[in-house]
Write a protein that binds this ligand. Structure first.
Ligand SMILES: O=C(O)CCC(=O)C(=O)O
Ligand SMILES: [Fe+2]
Length: 340
């Protein structure tokens, strides 16, 4: 059955999130079987867990530990790295700095955003050699010690997982395995997030992160074990818990890949609410397409019964607009002062 025919029979009324084992992908048959599982998950749920992803525990432990230390610093120290000092979304995001759900009043998390950087910096000539790719400098705190190293090590490890997944997504879409290799960003954005425990009523419009779908192609999320916060919305409008499963990462499809696949891959709405009584941490990385890539529904996802639903758009144009809107709805000024 073609992708478009299969999509016609999919309901989206899931009540659980599949777990996919990346550990068995050495033979051609194993990779094909994995791609089929991924296709099912992307069409039915838009989310899946991966186990045996290959990121060492030590790499995760180190970034988790520096995140806890950094977010425990006084807010004045963190504000010195406010991301609005620059134009490229790097550095600290205070509480309520973003508002991803326009029907809400603000997102109750603190974040620290970074982009690609070599662990051992190369000279500028090497970095600037690839003129088509934008590499913006990161901002780094002076404390805690080892913050930069822990973030960069995790970043490179997560990016490696992304490279494996993008090939599986291509196979899942009946495309050559390397189809996305020159189209997806080599330098995606990643952020460490800290959600203070929340006590206010949900209907006051301020929750950890409001209901949204991600803007880019797919996201790779580490979430702190033992603390339930992330929820995803099914087609029956029920919130299904994405309970942290030790040793796994959560993968979800974003709007751009959904659009690229003519909505055959689902970009599922999700939110996070931390009512655990203690702080909660997570680390999303957003893998997008390079800014100049023109995204239009893939031929394998279009049929006479399922005509193309979207016009061609460049990735950069699409993502920039959405990110700007999310921060324009902020309830704080760049000094961190609450707006009226
Ligand atoms: O913290 C989480 O579990 C979700 C974060 C998220 O959805 C995002 O950053 O887009
Ligand atoms: Fe998200």
């Amino acid at each position: 059955m073609s992708l478009a025919e299969t999509a016609a029979s999919v309901s989206g009324a899931f009540d659980s999130i599949p777990i996919i084992d990346l550990g068995c992908a050495s033979t051609h048959e194993e990779r094909a079987a994995l791609a089929r599982q991924i296709r099912d998950a992307c069409m039915n749920v838009g989310f899946f867990y991966i186990k045996n992803h290959g990121i060492p525990d030590e790499t995760i432990d180190k970034i988790f530990s520096v995140m806890k230390a950094f977010f425990s610093l006084p807010v004045e120290a963190k504000m010195k790295l406010h991301h609005r000092q620059g134009a490229h979304y790097r550095g600290f995001e205070p509480l309520l700095d973003s508002n991803i759900d326009p029907t809400n009043r603000g997102d109750l998390y603190e974040g620290f955003m970074i982009g690609w950087e070599e662990l051992v910096p190369k000279d500028d000539d090497v970095i600037n050699a690839d003129k088509n790719i934008m590499v913006f400098p990161n901002l780094w705190p002076t404390e805690p010690a080892g913050f930069r190293e822990a973030f960069i090590n995790y970043y490179h490890a997560a990016l490696g997982v992304g490279r494996v997944l993008q090939r599986l997504f291509a196979l899942a879409l009946d495309l050559p395995g390397t189809y996305f290799d020159d189209k997806l960003k080599r330098y995606p954005m990643m952020r460490g997030l800290h959600y203070p425990p929340q006590t206010g009523p949900e209907d006051d419009g301020i929750i950890g992160i409001g209901a949204h779908s991600d803007f880019e192609c797919f996201s790779i999320l580490w979430q702190e074990p033992g603390i339930q916060a992330l929820q995803i919305l099914n087609s029956e409008k029920e919130w299904i818990n994405a309970t942290p499963i030790p040793g796994t990462l959560v993968i979800n499809i974003g709007d751009l890949l959904s659009r690229w696949t003519n909505d055959i891959f689902r970009s599922t709405v999700h939110r996070a609410i931390n009512r655990s009584g203690v702080r909660r941490y997570s680390i999303p990385m957003f893998i997008g397409a390079n800014p100049h890539v023109e995204v239009e529904p893939l031929p394998s996802c279009v049929s006479p019964e399922r005509p193309a639903r979207y016009e061609t758009i460049t990735s950069g144009e699409y993502v920039r607009k959405h990110i700007q809107e999310m921060y324009q709805r902020s309830r704080t000024t760049s000094d961190g002062v609450a707006k009226e």
